[in-house]
Design a binder for this molecule. Structure first.
Ligand code: CS2
Ligand code: MG
Length: 396
Protein backbone atom coordinates (compact mmCIF):
# COMPACT_ATOMS: atom_id res chain seq x y z
CA UNK A 1 0.00 0.00 0.00
CA UNK A 2 1.38 3.39 -1.02
CA UNK A 3 0.76 6.81 0.51
CA UNK A 4 -1.49 8.33 -2.14
CA UNK A 5 -2.52 11.63 -0.61
CA UNK A 6 -1.74 13.77 2.42
CA UNK A 7 -3.59 16.78 3.80
CA UNK A 8 -3.17 18.95 6.87
CA UNK A 9 -6.24 20.53 8.44
CA UNK A 10 -6.17 23.19 11.16
CA UNK A 11 -9.30 23.86 13.18
CA UNK A 12 -10.31 25.37 16.48
CA UNK A 13 -13.29 23.63 18.09
CA UNK A 14 -12.70 25.30 21.46
CA UNK A 15 -8.93 25.30 20.93
CA UNK A 16 -6.52 24.81 18.06
CA UNK A 17 -5.81 21.38 16.62
CA UNK A 18 -3.74 20.35 13.60
CA UNK A 19 -4.69 17.06 11.96
CA UNK A 20 -2.80 15.09 9.33
CA UNK A 21 -4.78 12.79 7.04
CA UNK A 22 -2.79 10.25 5.03
CA UNK A 23 -4.71 8.36 2.39
CA UNK A 24 -3.41 4.97 1.37
CA UNK A 25 -4.31 2.68 -1.51
CA UNK A 26 -7.96 1.66 -1.45
CA UNK A 27 -8.91 4.97 0.19
CA UNK A 28 -8.02 3.99 3.75
CA UNK A 29 -7.27 7.13 5.81
CA UNK A 30 -4.77 7.31 8.66
CA UNK A 31 -4.92 10.17 11.18
CA UNK A 32 -2.10 11.90 13.01
CA UNK A 33 -2.15 14.74 15.53
CA UNK A 34 0.31 17.52 14.64
CA UNK A 35 -0.71 20.02 17.32
CA UNK A 36 2.03 22.06 18.98
CA UNK A 37 0.28 24.49 21.29
CA UNK A 38 1.05 28.12 20.41
CA UNK A 39 3.29 27.18 17.45
CA UNK A 40 0.74 25.27 15.36
CA UNK A 41 1.44 26.83 11.97
CA UNK A 42 5.16 26.10 12.15
CA UNK A 43 4.32 22.38 12.12
CA UNK A 44 1.75 22.89 9.36
CA UNK A 45 4.43 24.49 7.18
CA UNK A 46 7.05 21.87 8.09
CA UNK A 47 4.62 19.18 6.98
CA UNK A 48 3.15 20.86 3.91
CA UNK A 49 6.26 22.50 2.56
CA UNK A 50 8.90 19.93 3.43
CA UNK A 51 7.61 16.51 4.52
CA UNK A 52 4.46 15.59 2.62
CA UNK A 53 5.88 16.00 -0.91
CA UNK A 54 8.59 13.47 0.02
CA UNK A 55 6.31 10.71 1.31
CA UNK A 56 3.67 10.55 -1.45
CA UNK A 57 4.17 7.31 -3.39
CA UNK A 58 6.21 5.59 -0.64
CA UNK A 59 5.20 2.28 0.92
CA UNK A 60 2.92 3.24 3.82
CA UNK A 61 3.36 -0.02 5.71
CA UNK A 62 7.16 0.36 6.10
CA UNK A 63 6.73 2.59 9.14
CA UNK A 64 10.21 2.19 10.60
CA UNK A 65 11.81 2.91 7.23
CA UNK A 66 9.74 6.07 6.76
CA UNK A 67 10.55 7.23 10.31
CA UNK A 68 14.28 6.88 9.67
CA UNK A 69 13.88 8.59 6.29
CA UNK A 70 12.22 11.62 7.91
CA UNK A 71 14.47 11.73 10.99
CA UNK A 72 17.89 11.05 9.50
CA UNK A 73 17.10 12.19 6.00
CA UNK A 74 16.37 15.79 6.97
CA UNK A 75 19.91 16.27 8.38
CA UNK A 76 18.43 18.78 10.96
CA UNK A 77 17.24 16.68 13.85
CA UNK A 78 15.17 17.02 16.97
CA UNK A 79 13.24 19.90 18.47
CA UNK A 80 9.49 20.26 18.96
CA UNK A 81 8.53 21.37 15.43
CA UNK A 82 10.46 18.65 13.60
CA UNK A 83 9.51 15.89 16.01
CA UNK A 84 5.81 16.85 16.11
CA UNK A 85 5.72 16.72 12.31
CA UNK A 86 7.44 13.31 12.28
CA UNK A 87 5.17 12.24 15.15
CA UNK A 88 2.05 13.09 13.14
CA UNK A 89 3.21 11.16 10.07
CA UNK A 90 4.21 8.19 12.21
CA UNK A 91 0.88 8.15 14.09
CA UNK A 92 -1.04 8.33 10.82
CA UNK A 93 1.01 5.47 9.34
CA UNK A 94 0.29 3.23 12.37
CA UNK A 95 -3.41 4.12 12.13
CA UNK A 96 -3.41 3.41 8.40
CA UNK A 97 -1.65 0.07 8.75
CA UNK A 98 -3.89 -1.11 11.58
CA UNK A 99 -7.00 -0.13 9.58
CA UNK A 100 -5.58 -1.88 6.53
CA UNK A 101 -5.09 -5.04 8.60
CA UNK A 102 -8.45 -4.57 10.34
CA UNK A 103 -7.09 -4.58 13.91
CA UNK A 104 -7.10 -2.08 16.77
CA UNK A 105 -3.72 -0.40 16.96
CA UNK A 106 -2.67 -1.96 20.27
CA UNK A 107 -2.54 -5.32 18.46
CA UNK A 108 0.34 -4.04 16.29
CA UNK A 109 2.17 -2.72 19.35
CA UNK A 110 2.37 -6.17 20.95
CA UNK A 111 -1.23 -6.74 22.01
CA UNK A 112 -2.75 -6.04 25.40
CA UNK A 113 -0.57 -5.87 28.50
CA UNK A 114 -3.59 -4.81 30.53
CA UNK A 115 -7.37 -4.78 30.41
CA UNK A 116 -7.56 -1.04 30.87
CA UNK A 117 -5.34 1.94 31.57
CA UNK A 118 -5.55 3.94 34.78
CA UNK A 119 -6.25 7.64 34.26
CA UNK A 120 -5.74 10.64 36.49
CA UNK A 121 -8.20 13.48 36.62
CA UNK A 122 -7.43 17.16 37.14
CA UNK A 123 -8.52 19.27 40.07
CA UNK A 124 -7.85 22.99 40.20
CA UNK A 125 -8.98 25.60 42.67
CA UNK A 126 -8.43 29.30 43.13
CA UNK A 127 -7.39 28.59 46.75
CA UNK A 128 -6.79 25.44 48.87
CA UNK A 129 -10.45 25.05 49.87
CA UNK A 130 -11.56 25.22 46.22
CA UNK A 131 -8.76 22.83 45.17
CA UNK A 132 -9.89 20.31 47.80
CA UNK A 133 -13.48 20.60 46.63
CA UNK A 134 -12.36 20.02 43.02
CA UNK A 135 -10.35 16.98 44.14
CA UNK A 136 -13.43 15.62 45.97
CA UNK A 137 -15.40 15.99 42.73
CA UNK A 138 -12.79 13.95 40.82
CA UNK A 139 -12.81 11.21 43.46
CA UNK A 140 -16.62 11.19 43.39
CA UNK A 141 -16.42 10.82 39.57
CA UNK A 142 -14.48 7.58 40.10
CA UNK A 143 -10.82 8.62 39.68
CA UNK A 144 -8.41 6.85 42.02
CA UNK A 145 -5.65 9.30 41.01
CA UNK A 146 -6.01 13.08 40.96
CA UNK A 147 -3.61 15.84 40.01
CA UNK A 148 -4.26 18.85 42.19
CA UNK A 149 -3.25 22.43 41.30
CA UNK A 150 -3.97 25.51 43.36
CA UNK A 151 -3.95 29.23 42.57
CA UNK A 152 -1.91 31.57 44.72
CA UNK A 153 -4.56 33.56 46.56
CA UNK A 154 -2.76 36.93 46.28
CA UNK A 155 -2.23 36.69 42.51
CA UNK A 156 -4.88 36.90 39.78
CA UNK A 157 -4.05 33.90 37.54
CA UNK A 158 -1.03 32.09 38.92
CA UNK A 159 -0.92 28.38 38.41
CA UNK A 160 -4.23 27.90 36.74
CA UNK A 161 -4.64 25.41 33.94
CA UNK A 162 -3.88 26.65 30.42
CA UNK A 163 -6.98 28.48 29.22
CA UNK A 164 -8.40 27.89 25.74
CA UNK A 165 -7.82 30.17 22.76
CA UNK A 166 -8.68 33.23 24.74
CA UNK A 167 -5.92 35.62 23.75
CA UNK A 168 -4.36 36.40 20.41
CA UNK A 169 -1.26 37.69 22.23
CA UNK A 170 0.40 35.97 25.20
CA UNK A 171 -1.31 36.74 28.49
CA UNK A 172 1.15 37.78 31.22
CA UNK A 173 0.79 36.20 34.65
CA UNK A 174 2.60 36.83 37.93
CA UNK A 175 4.45 34.33 40.04
CA UNK A 176 5.70 34.09 43.61
CA UNK A 177 7.88 31.12 44.57
CA UNK A 178 7.67 32.11 48.24
CA UNK A 179 3.88 32.06 48.31
CA UNK A 180 3.79 28.82 46.33
CA UNK A 181 6.19 26.97 48.64
CA UNK A 182 4.31 28.21 51.70
CA UNK A 183 1.03 26.80 50.35
CA UNK A 184 1.63 23.47 48.62
CA UNK A 185 2.91 21.16 51.41
CA UNK A 186 -0.07 21.97 53.67
CA UNK A 187 -2.54 21.39 50.84
CA UNK A 188 -1.23 17.90 50.11
CA UNK A 189 -0.94 16.90 53.77
CA UNK A 190 -4.62 17.87 54.18
CA UNK A 191 -5.57 15.89 51.06
CA UNK A 192 -3.74 12.83 52.34
CA UNK A 193 -5.53 13.10 55.69
CA UNK A 194 -8.83 13.47 53.90
CA UNK A 195 -8.48 10.46 51.60
CA UNK A 196 -6.25 8.08 53.52
CA UNK A 197 -4.13 5.82 51.33
CA UNK A 198 -6.89 5.18 48.75
CA UNK A 199 -6.26 8.09 46.36
CA UNK A 200 -3.03 8.72 44.45
CA UNK A 201 -2.06 12.38 44.56
CA UNK A 202 -0.13 14.11 41.80
CA UNK A 203 1.10 17.68 41.43
CA UNK A 204 2.60 19.64 38.53
CA UNK A 205 5.30 22.17 39.51
CA UNK A 206 5.44 23.23 35.85
CA UNK A 207 9.19 23.91 35.70
CA UNK A 208 8.99 26.73 38.24
CA UNK A 209 11.60 25.90 40.89
CA UNK A 210 15.36 25.63 41.26
CA UNK A 211 16.82 22.20 42.14
CA UNK A 212 17.29 23.26 45.77
CA UNK A 213 13.73 24.57 46.05
CA UNK A 214 12.44 21.40 44.40
CA UNK A 215 14.35 19.19 46.85
CA UNK A 216 12.90 21.22 49.75
CA UNK A 217 9.38 20.77 48.37
CA UNK A 218 9.91 17.07 47.68
CA UNK A 219 10.99 16.55 51.29
CA UNK A 220 7.98 18.43 52.67
CA UNK A 221 5.68 16.33 50.47
CA UNK A 222 7.10 12.98 51.65
CA UNK A 223 4.53 12.53 54.45
CA UNK A 224 1.77 12.99 51.84
CA UNK A 225 3.21 10.01 49.91
CA UNK A 226 2.76 11.62 46.50
CA UNK A 227 2.31 9.53 43.36
CA UNK A 228 4.47 12.13 41.65
CA UNK A 229 5.85 15.64 41.59
CA UNK A 230 5.90 16.73 37.94
CA UNK A 231 8.49 18.90 36.16
CA UNK A 232 9.98 20.45 39.31
CA UNK A 233 12.70 22.18 37.24
CA UNK A 234 13.21 22.58 33.48
CA UNK A 235 14.90 19.50 32.05
CA UNK A 236 17.21 20.99 29.44
CA UNK A 237 19.98 20.18 31.90
CA UNK A 238 19.15 16.60 32.86
CA UNK A 239 21.97 16.51 35.43
CA UNK A 240 20.01 19.00 37.60
CA UNK A 241 17.66 16.20 38.55
CA UNK A 242 20.41 14.46 40.50
CA UNK A 243 20.35 17.20 43.15
CA UNK A 244 16.62 16.65 43.63
CA UNK A 245 16.80 12.87 43.43
CA UNK A 246 19.50 12.56 46.08
CA UNK A 247 17.54 14.62 48.59
CA UNK A 248 13.98 13.34 48.40
CA UNK A 249 12.00 10.13 47.95
CA UNK A 250 9.04 11.94 46.38
CA UNK A 251 8.72 10.35 42.92
CA UNK A 252 9.50 12.56 39.93
CA UNK A 253 7.75 12.76 36.53
CA UNK A 254 9.30 14.60 33.58
CA UNK A 255 8.96 14.75 29.83
CA UNK A 256 6.07 16.70 28.33
CA UNK A 257 8.39 19.14 26.53
CA UNK A 258 10.98 16.53 25.55
CA UNK A 259 11.10 15.33 21.96
CA UNK A 260 13.56 12.49 21.59
CA UNK A 261 15.26 9.67 23.43
CA UNK A 262 18.35 11.87 23.70
CA UNK A 263 16.35 14.49 25.61
CA UNK A 264 15.65 11.96 28.37
CA UNK A 265 18.52 9.49 28.01
CA UNK A 266 20.42 10.63 31.10
CA UNK A 267 17.24 10.99 33.16
CA UNK A 268 16.36 7.38 32.39
CA UNK A 269 19.75 5.67 32.31
CA UNK A 270 20.88 7.30 35.56
CA UNK A 271 17.49 6.63 37.14
CA UNK A 272 16.95 10.27 38.05
CA UNK A 273 13.18 10.08 37.44
CA UNK A 274 10.33 7.62 38.03
CA UNK A 275 7.99 8.50 35.16
CA UNK A 276 8.67 9.60 31.59
CA UNK A 277 5.85 11.76 30.23
CA UNK A 278 6.55 12.25 26.52
CA UNK A 279 3.47 12.23 24.30
CA UNK A 280 3.37 10.25 21.03
CA UNK A 281 2.77 13.51 19.11
CA UNK A 282 5.71 15.48 20.52
CA UNK A 283 8.13 12.60 20.96
CA UNK A 284 8.36 11.68 17.27
CA UNK A 285 5.45 9.25 17.19
CA UNK A 286 4.79 5.74 18.43
CA UNK A 287 7.86 4.35 16.65
CA UNK A 288 10.07 6.56 18.82
CA UNK A 289 8.04 6.28 22.00
CA UNK A 290 8.09 2.50 22.13
CA UNK A 291 11.90 2.66 22.05
CA UNK A 292 11.92 5.21 24.88
CA UNK A 293 9.56 2.93 26.82
CA UNK A 294 11.86 -0.07 26.26
CA UNK A 295 14.86 1.87 27.59
CA UNK A 296 12.74 3.06 30.52
CA UNK A 297 11.64 -0.50 31.36
CA UNK A 298 15.25 -1.54 31.95
CA UNK A 299 15.65 1.34 34.43
CA UNK A 300 12.42 0.99 36.47
CA UNK A 301 11.01 4.11 34.81
CA UNK A 302 7.32 4.01 33.88
CA UNK A 303 5.57 5.62 30.93
CA UNK A 304 2.80 8.16 31.60
CA UNK A 305 2.05 10.05 28.39
CA UNK A 306 1.28 13.75 28.50
CA UNK A 307 -2.41 14.13 27.64
CA UNK A 308 -3.55 17.73 27.92
CA UNK A 309 -6.55 19.12 26.05
CA UNK A 310 -4.15 21.02 23.78
CA UNK A 311 -3.32 17.69 22.12
CA UNK A 312 -6.21 16.44 20.01
CA UNK A 313 -8.34 13.34 20.73
CA UNK A 314 -6.20 11.55 18.11
CA UNK A 315 -3.21 11.91 20.42
CA UNK A 316 -5.20 10.67 23.39
CA UNK A 317 -6.26 7.61 21.39
CA UNK A 318 -2.60 6.97 20.44
CA UNK A 319 -1.56 7.23 24.09
CA UNK A 320 -4.32 4.82 25.14
CA UNK A 321 -3.35 2.21 22.53
CA UNK A 322 0.30 2.62 23.49
CA UNK A 323 -0.48 2.37 27.21
CA UNK A 324 -2.68 -0.66 26.67
CA UNK A 325 0.19 -2.48 24.94
CA UNK A 326 3.36 -1.19 26.64
CA UNK A 327 3.85 -3.08 29.89
CA UNK A 328 5.67 -0.36 31.83
CA UNK A 329 2.92 2.20 31.41
CA UNK A 330 1.71 3.51 34.76
CA UNK A 331 -1.10 5.94 34.12
CA UNK A 332 -2.61 8.30 31.53
CA UNK A 333 -3.33 12.00 31.97
CA UNK A 334 -6.92 12.94 31.23
CA UNK A 335 -8.21 16.46 30.63
CA UNK A 336 -11.57 16.69 28.86
CA UNK A 337 -11.46 18.22 25.38
CA UNK A 338 -13.68 21.23 24.66
CA UNK A 339 -17.32 20.21 24.08
CA UNK A 340 -17.26 21.51 20.47
CA UNK A 341 -14.47 19.09 19.55
CA UNK A 342 -16.85 16.11 19.85
CA UNK A 343 -18.41 17.12 16.51
CA UNK A 344 -14.98 17.03 14.83
CA UNK A 345 -13.35 13.98 16.45
CA UNK A 346 -15.43 10.86 17.16
CA UNK A 347 -13.51 8.47 19.41
CA UNK A 348 -14.12 4.84 20.28
CA UNK A 349 -12.13 4.61 23.54
CA UNK A 350 -14.12 4.85 26.77
CA UNK A 351 -13.45 6.25 30.22
CA UNK A 352 -14.96 3.94 32.84
CA UNK A 353 -14.61 4.68 36.55
CA UNK A 354 -11.22 6.34 36.15
CA UNK A 355 -9.81 3.83 33.63
CA UNK A 356 -9.47 4.10 29.86
CA UNK A 357 -10.61 1.19 27.74
CA UNK A 358 -9.10 1.20 24.23
CA UNK A 359 -11.58 1.00 21.37
CA UNK A 360 -11.81 -2.22 19.36
CA UNK A 361 -12.44 -0.54 16.02
CA UNK A 362 -9.50 -0.85 13.60
CA UNK A 363 -6.63 1.61 13.97
CA UNK A 364 -6.72 4.39 16.52
CA UNK A 365 -10.51 4.30 16.52
CA UNK A 366 -10.95 8.00 15.76
CA UNK A 367 -13.11 9.47 13.00
CA UNK A 368 -12.29 12.97 11.82
CA UNK A 369 -15.16 15.03 10.38
CA UNK A 370 -13.52 17.47 7.99
CA UNK A 371 -16.76 19.31 7.25
CA UNK A 372 -17.40 19.94 10.93
CA UNK A 373 -13.77 21.08 11.33
CA UNK A 374 -14.37 23.81 8.72
CA UNK A 375 -16.95 25.39 11.02
CA UNK A 376 -14.16 26.16 13.52
CA UNK A 377 -11.38 28.13 11.79
CA UNK A 378 -7.92 28.35 13.33
CA UNK A 379 -7.31 31.31 15.68
CA UNK A 380 -3.85 32.43 16.68
CA UNK A 381 -3.35 31.68 20.37
CA UNK A 382 -0.49 31.57 22.85
CA UNK A 383 0.46 30.03 26.14
CA UNK A 384 0.82 32.58 28.96
CA UNK A 385 4.12 34.19 29.92
CA UNK A 386 5.07 34.31 33.60
CA UNK A 387 6.79 37.16 35.48
CA UNK A 388 8.46 37.29 38.89
CA UNK A 389 7.66 40.07 41.38
CA UNK A 390 10.55 42.13 39.95
CA UNK A 391 9.11 41.93 36.44
CA UNK A 392 11.64 39.47 34.99
CA UNK A 393 10.41 36.50 32.96
CA UNK A 394 9.99 33.18 34.78
CA UNK A 395 9.42 29.66 33.40
CA UNK A 396 5.68 29.22 32.84
C1 CS2 B 1 0.51 20.59 31.64
C2 CS2 B 1 0.02 21.09 30.30
O1 CS2 B 1 -0.82 18.69 31.23
C3 CS2 B 1 0.17 19.11 31.80
O2 CS2 B 1 0.86 18.43 32.50
O3 CS2 B 1 1.81 20.81 31.96
O4 CS2 B 1 -1.25 21.63 30.51
C4 CS2 B 1 0.88 22.12 29.57
O5 CS2 B 1 0.91 23.33 30.26
C5 CS2 B 1 0.34 22.34 28.20
O6 CS2 B 1 0.19 21.12 27.54
C6 CS2 B 1 1.21 23.26 27.37
O7 CS2 B 1 0.75 23.33 26.08
MG1 MG C 1 2.68 19.24 33.09
Amino acid sequence: MKVEDATVITCSPGRNYVTLQLTGGGGTVGLGDATLNGRELAVVSYLQDHVLPTIIGRTATNIEELWQFLYRGSYWRGGPVTMTAIGAVDMALWDLKAKWLGVPLYELLGGRSRECLRAYGHAWGRDPAAAMQAADDMVAAGFSAVRVQCGLPSLPFAFGPAQGNDSSLPREEQWSTDEYLALIPGLFLSLRDRYGPQVSLLHDVHHRLTPTEAAWLGQRLEPARMYWMEDPVPAERQESYRAIRQRTTTPIAVGEVLNSVYDCQQLIEQELIDFIRMAPAHGGGLTALKKVAALAEVHHVQLACHGPSDLSPISLAAAIHCGTAVWNTAIQEYVPHPAESAAVFRTSHRLEKGYFVAGDTPGLGVEFNEKAAQRYPYKRAYLPVLRRPDGSVADW
